[in-house]
Write a protein that binds this ligand. Sequence first.
Ligand code: AMO
Length: 439
Amino acid sequence: MKLDELGDWRRTHFSNQITADKDGEPTTIFGWVDEVRDLGGIIFIILKDREGKVQITINKRDFHKDRLNDIRKLTRESVIGVKGIIKRSVIAKSGVEVIPTDIKILNVAKTPLPIDTSGKISANLEKRLDMRVLDLRIKERIYIFKIKNTLINAIREYLQNHGFMEVFTPKILATATEGGAALFSVNYFGRSAFLAQSPQLYKEALTSSFEKVYEISQFYRAEEFDTSYHLNEFISVDIEMAFAERQDVMSILEQLIIYALEKVTANNENELKFLNPNFKIPTAPFKILTYKEAIEILRSKGFDISMGEDIPVSGNKLIGNEVNGPYFIIDWPLSLKPFYIKPKKENPELSESFDLNWSWLEIASGGTRIHIKEQLIERLNKLGLNPEKFEPFLTYYDYGMPPHAGWGMGLQRLLMIVTNVNDIREVTLFPRDKRRLIP
Ligand code: AMO
């Protein structure tokens, strides 16, 4: 089939802007063929774009005869442009249709499609991810990423409105930021380097000049997880704030989540109604449990766990069933937290830390940091980490590091809750997990 050039055609409307009140107005629309139905005297094309679908009604008698054959043969997912007139319609589902004066065939999709894009037959997630770009033409997927787009914008807006400066810290590092072993190594001109696990040491250092900073970025963890909520490349929203303690940044986290979710319910009413009709914005203040209280709740339910142990997801599930919506767990044993978290003054076995969980899922974690060099070195040594490796950072602590606090939130984890999906890959465009490096 001979393909047309785009030429000087430009879009005037998205499908959702084709409304009955524009009856009689000219339009140019572009999109993908969802369906072609040849009913004798009339050919219907359902055209879909990012915003939805619109019916194109071709009256064979009035249309270019030499184009009809090609149009009739258009396959699903072929790319077309339509110039025509918007017409109020009593028959079309949406109450409106486009009567074309001209159609451009810009690309023809091969058949059969590797996955069904009509939404009727659902392929398994792995197969869909193999064909992710096609998969992303299915309405539900676009809905998820529209909500993600609103979330990111709202988070940025909130932090900007509250005096935080956006920063971009390096992703290629000489040392670990979290102190653990789970690092991807990179050959950096013959030297060994690592992919950043978090912006931790940089965001802390930046509080000594910019005071309030945030970063939204991908980070890398080489852990061999095989769960529905871990990725090896994930998106983290991080903040760090000078002259603040745990309760200040917990309150920012709480307010930011409420603000962002209000934006989602306002801007993505349709999407949310479809994906998660029962979703409710949580109200402040979020419930706060101490680690000790959390363990006591678990034990009272017959859950086998001792003080000092990390709480597994199965434990979070039990607590999550008790609490409606998000809840903080504070005062974790110091031994379960990274070296930069401040011990509690009145009980140094515990820490000035918190996690934010929602249902069974950990969404964020953070706390008050150590800002005194000697204390930081002591903690590194205790954890068997070599302070010399951290020297470039430790030097900053010699020249006026302010008291500070912050947190990191997994953007995809929050999105999983909002969109009600049970696999983090669903809310990630091109996920990277233990098995997947393409597409
Ligand atoms: P943490 O390691 O708890 O803390 O990470 C913070 C939040 O990031 C999300 N997250 C992940 N999401 C998907 N896949 C992963 N592999 C993954 N790892 C973490 C979680 C988690 O709560 N520097 C500290 C934060 C801070 O104290 O500021 C940190 O990285 O939602």
